[in-house]
Design a protein around this ligand. Structure first.
Ligand SMILES: NC(=O)c1ccc[n+]([C@@H]2O[C@H](COP(=O)([O-])OP(=O)(O)OC[C@H]3O[C@@H](n4cnc5c(N)ncnc54)[C@H](O)[C@@H]3O)[C@@H](O)[C@H]2O)c1
Length: 457
């Protein structure tokens, strides 16, 4: 049995875990990352990166289909899913290699194997004991299912969906959240008949309601079917198909059922409870400085209750490394983290929805403006419908920005600076936006809220 000692031992080499180690070594601390599978975790291998590769291929199919409207004679003869898959795999492999190089350059020790917390300062990997002055738990998440809904055969999760070797003819998707609408978008562009089943009254129910409604309109136009406000009851399958029964008696037949009802924390069997770490339904509880109740043990990423996003994980990792190094960093708050959903049309948001802002500040103290992309030249050139909605406190800062339309994910950077800096529309209104860009739509919303609309009626 060998023993190795570090300042920081990180259990899990996904986005949150490796970010912790990079920042730690930059600050002169020694760090080890323990990873049982591949560095990069869900984001690089099963989530953000490969799904966005599929979405990019889907966009190319849509662009080719729409060529004629722009005078370009083009059509889609078919989708070679094997080639799409090899593009996706090569892309991920390249990023994986780059990440390995990044950790090596930062002098991080990567320990391959399954780790288990056996004491507050020790992770066991096989026969080896990896001891840290501090331990950071970053074991990530998994696709969860519903009680009684077994994954297997034609009932699949996003991990299986990514690797399908065929384009399904008909697919049912349980859950109209982020994963559900992204896969619906990909499969529809690849030619499948898609039905989404969502228990709440709207698709992407955590987004601004007007954004959800516009997505529903756009999906309907694309021929994507959805059943809203209805819950799943049961599913049966044979060798070729699934039959999904909903609580209102509706039956959906499809080749596959994708289960996209959220992700659970990957914390089972890792020794956390045995060491006395306080947990809630599998999540690791921390204080706002990401410390668990066990001294010296921190948690970051998807195992900490809140938004399960890679970029939140990065920032939490950086935070914890700086906290351990004694730099007293600024607390990471979920409310001002930007979110992008990469369906067509794309959705991007940061801060409070209008309803949440009214809950927080009172109805009379909140106002908003929704700028229609139809007023923006670049949006019209791109042929996209959509809007940018900004929510402000009356005589106060902008507290939320909510966008839908082609490529609005690329606008979220400015939106998050406005919200995080607690800027007033009057502060932002004089800033000049390049023309013609879709960025102007944020400028137009600020101008209107500041009482001097330009391209708005
Ligand atoms: N672009 C991105 O940033 C991105 C992409 C993919 C995943 N993610 C993250 O991964 C996590 C998981 O994504 P997800 O889409 O699985 O979760 P989600 O929470 O976004 O959506 C799950 C949906 O399933 C619905 N649902 C739950 N039980 C149901 C039932 N019995 N019947 C019908 N509907 C039901 C919920 O109402 C919800 O709308 C999220 O936290 C998400 O932020 C992010």
């Amino acid at each position: 049995m060998a023993e190795q000692q570090f300042d920081i031992v990180v259990l899990g080499g996904g986005s949150a875990g490796y970010a912790t180690a990079i920042r730690a070594t930059q600050l002169g601390l020694s760090a080890a990352v323990i990873e049982k599978d591949k560095l990069g975790g869900t984001c690089l291998h099963r989530g953000c990166v490969p799904t966005k590769a599929l979405l990019h291929a889907a966009e190319i199919a849509d662009v080719a289909r729409s060529g004629e409207s722009y005078g370009i004679l083009s059509s889609v003869a078919g989708v070679d899913i094997a080639k799409v898959n090899s593009y996706r795999e090569n892309l991920v492999a390249g990023k994986h290699k780059g990440l390995q190089g990044l950790l090596k350059a930062n002098k991080i020790t990567v320990i391959e194997g399954e780790g288990r917390l056996v004491a507050a300062n020790t992770v066991q990997v096989g026969d080896d004991r990896i001891v840290g002055k501090h331990v950071v738990l970053a074991s990530g998440s998994y696709s969860r299912s519903l009680p009684g809904l077994e994954i297997g055969g034609r009932v699949i999760t996003s991990e299986h969906a990514l690797e399908l070797q065929e384009i399904p003819g008909r697919v049912a998707i349980l859950g109209g959240g982020v994963i559900g609408v992204e896969f619906a978008s990909v499969w529809r562009s690849f030619g499948a008949e898609v039905t989404i089943i969502e228990g709440l009254p709207h698709l992407v129910p955590n987004e601004e309601e007007s954004v959800s409604k516009q997505l529903e309109r756009a999906f309907r136009k694309r021929g994507i079917d959805f059943k809203l406000g209805v819950r799943f009851q049961s599913v049966s399958q044979d060798a070729n198909s699934v039959t999904v029964n909903l609580e209102d008696g509706t039956v959906v037949n499809a080749d596959y059922l994708l289960v996209a009802v959220g992700r659970g924390p990957a914390t089972q069997g890792l020794g956390y409870e045995e060491v006395g770490i306080e947990m809630d339904r599998g999540f690791v509880l921390t204080n706002e400085r990401l410390a668990t109740n066990v001294p010296g043990v921190y948690a970051v990423g998807d195992i900490v209750p809140g938004l399960q996003l890679a970029h939140r994980g990065y920032q939490q990792g950086v935070f914890v490394a700086e906290e351990i190094a004694g730099l007293a960093p600024v607390i990471v708050e979920d409310v001002n983290i930007p979110k992008v959903t990469y369906c067509d049309p794309e959705i991007a948001s940061v801060g409070l929805t209008e309803a949440k802002a009214k809950e927080q500040y009172g109805d009379a103290n909140v106002t908003s403006y929704e700028y229609n992309l139809a007023g923006n030249a670049k949006s019209s050139i791109l042929g996209t419908a959509g809007s940018v909605k900004a929510v402000r406190v009356v005589d106060g800062p902008v507290v939320g920005v909510h966008m839908i339309g082609a490529r609005v994910g690329e606008l979220v950077g400015e939106a998050q600076l406005i919200v995080n800096w607690e800027a007033y529309p009057e502060d932002v209104a004089p800033f000049i936006h390049g023309h013609p860009t879709q960025n102007e739509t944020i400028g137009e919303a600020m101008l209107k809220l500041a009482g001097k609309p330009l391209h708005a009626i």
